[in-house]
Design a protein around this ligand. Structure first.
Ligand code: ATP
Length: 216
């Protein structure tokens, strides 16, 4: 089933066209890796998809419903979550970080607490509940950021270099969460250079090259 289709998706910085995609399309509950050389525009594409940066498009179809691209549709804002390569942790508690999005959406305290506990268990970070977010390791930050995204049950999760700067067990733990996301019904797009993510079974490879997408 198609999740998202955007026609004539284009991003330019002044006269420099970063990408111009005839038809960008993602299926529901699928994982994609987005590769391309440094500066190819991977992060920019993810950020445009999440509505964090402006981009032009002629039209969008979301879960089979056609809609205008501009202003950025509310249905997309509610269903798409972007996770930064270096996620920013608020200096409250780890649990408050995970529950932040639910709180912002007006979900009650008891329901939030339950969802946060579930999300932290899912990401294997329950033990960090009371930790100072400023003292987390890189791998812990990534997993807390994934829990913070997962708790919102996004239909589309955009991960910007989720394993960059991680090695050993921390990297393995983050990689292991990816199939769990698609199994739960989310579509995941990961911008990355990580060979293990790129080679993961069942993952569709997309390459951004000279402003166009190649399907590998
Ligand atoms: N606000 C901006 N104004 C002008 N150019 C920009 C702006 N933001 C990004 N760029 C340029 O757009 C290009 C694409 O950047 P982007 O971060 O999307 O690439 P990337 O493929 O994610 O690279 P990397 O693999 O190094 O993370 C880069 O050349 C960058 O310098």
């Amino acid at each position: 089933m198609n999740l998202l289709r955007i026609d004539k998706l284009r991003k330019a910085h002044g006269p420099r066209v970063l990408f111009e995609l005839e038809a960008f399309s993602l299926d529901a509950a699928h994982a994609y890796v987005l590769t391309g050389i440094n500066g190819a525009g991977k992060s920019s594409l993810l950020r445009v998809l999440a509505g964090l940066e402006p981009g032009q498009a002629s039209g969008v179809t979301w879960q089979g419903r056609p809609m205008a691209w501009s202003p950025y549709p509310r249905a997309l804002r509610e269903a798409i979550v972007y996770v930064h390569q270096h996620p920013v942790m608020f200096s409250t508690s780890v649990a408050a970080n995970v529950g932040y999005g639910l709180h912002a959406r007006g979900v009650g305290k008891a329901q939030t607490a339950q969802a946060v506990a579930q999300a932290m268990a899912w990401a294997g970070v329950e033990h960090l509940q009371g930790s100072d977010p400023a003292r987390l390791s890189g791998g812990e930050v990534q997993r807390v950021a994934l829990a913070r995204a997962w708790v919102l049950r996004p239909a589309l999760l955009l991960l910007d270099e989720p394993t960059a700067n991680l090695d050993g067990a921390a990297r393995e733990q983050v990689i292991a969460l990816i199939p769990a996301l698609t199994a739960a019904g989310s579509t995941v797009v990961m911008a990355c250079h990580d060979r293990d993510l790129i080679g993961m079974p069942g993952v569709q490879r997309l390459k951004l090259r000279d402003g166009k997408l190649e399907y590998k």
